[in-house]
Write a protein that binds this ligand. Structure first.
Ligand SMILES: [Zn+2]
Length: 242
């Protein structure tokens, strides 16, 4: 039996707790976002896990800072073996030059294959990869909007994927229109789903008030975890808001 839950350790830190048939607790911090996971024996209760995590807080923070520093490295050059993220996972770029229309393909857990014509420069490669991200988001968004607009009994007239500098998403309540940040293609799918739920809840409640929070809690009890996941690692500099 494996049981997982999210435990809030401090206002800024929540951890994934996985209970399974093991003897000792293990704590690990994972790239790229510094997610913390504790594996605990089945009978250990939450308070013990919490104290265990707190006792290692200094180490956790150091690890997280390291990952953030790594990820704020130089801008992407779209070169061989460069790190790129897709749906929350890190891949290495493999550049394949071939005289055919460009495309991006994932065939293994390790590589994003970027097929380009010889002589395709960095800027063009970036455009090709971004269009692929956009296309991937466009496969998921309609399904998520359909699922959640049915759940909430709201109508979305229009949605678009946008390159936005400071927001993960926006909602135009009058026009019932949702914009989703292209960067979400790089984040775990539950984070995209959280953003969509958040924007859809705005169609019921404009402000981030108690009513808004109650709706989030009711329909997506883990929303804080996803929000943290999104905000832990800003993709561009600047304040991220919703
Ligand atoms: Zn909002």
């Amino acid at each position: 039996m494996i049981e997982t839950k999210v435990l809030q350790i401090s206002p800024e830190l929540s951890i994934d707790v996985v209970r399974k048939d093991i003897k000792n607790m293990h704590l690990a911090v994972y790239p790229p976002n510094g997610r913390v996971r504790v594996a605990a024996p089945l009978r250990i209760d939450d308070e013990v896990v919490r104290l265990f995590a707190i006792s290692r807080l200094g180490w956790i923070k150091r690890q997280q800072r390291k990952f953030v520093a790594q990820d704020r490295q130089s801008p992407r050059l779209y070169k061989e073996r460069e790190s790129h993220y897709f749906q929350g996972k890190r891949f290495l770029l493999r550049v394949i030059e071939v005289d055919a229309p460009p495309k991006v393909v994932i065939k293994t857990k390790t590589y994003i294959d970027l097929y380009v014509r010889p002589g395709t420069d960095t800027k063009q490669r970036e455009t090709i990869v971004n269009e692929w991200y956009r296309a991937e988001l466009k496969k998921l968004i309609p399904l998520l909007i359909e699922k959640w607009s049915n759940q909430f009994g709201v109508t979305v007239n229009d949605w678009q994927v946008k390159h936005m500098k400071t927001k993960w998403g926006t909602c135009n309540i009058e026009k019932k229109r949702i914009w989703v940040n292209l960067e979400l293609a790089k984040k775990p799918i539950p984070c995209l789903e959280y953003l969509i739920v958040h924007e859809l809840v705005h169609l019921i409640e404009r402000h981030h008030n108690d009513r808004f929070l109650t709706l989030m809690e009711k329909h997506m009890p883990q929303w804080k975890f996803y929000k943290e996941e999104l905000n832990r690692l800003p993709v561009s500099h600047g304040e991220w808001t919703y």
